[in-house]
Design a protein around this ligand. Sequence first.
Ligand SMILES: [Zn+2]
Length: 144
Amino acid sequence: MNIVCSSCFATNRVPDDKDHTLGKCGKCQQPIYSAKPVDLTDSTFDAFIENNQLPVIVDFWASWCGPCQQMAPAFGAVAAQSPQLLFAKVNTEQAPQISADAMIRRIPTLIFFHSGKEIDRISGGLSEGHIKQWIMQCIQKLSA
Ligand SMILES: [Zn+2]
């Protein structure tokens, strides 16, 4: 399975019998996996979304947005509990190109990506339980 390093964004091939959460990056020697959402920018977004073979859930946010700040701990908590999914954040002020490409009209917006494709999105501040429920719906869509 291909997993993108959360530090240097190199693609690492993780053997099927190995746990990706324990692997070290062949390029930078840092842990490949982060239990915290990974901050993505215009220069790292494509690699992380397209080269990861696990689904990636991205939180598009901004520093001035109250609901974004309120949701951040819940998003982080879901990330820490979900090692088979990857979580990332895009600061829409610092990554204007990606935010425009993704047609982000409201923040916060969560987008569930798999193999570089958008599976679903949801906007507005969500509780931890609501985030988990939405993710379950996305996973069901993948296997449908
Ligand atoms: Zn690395």
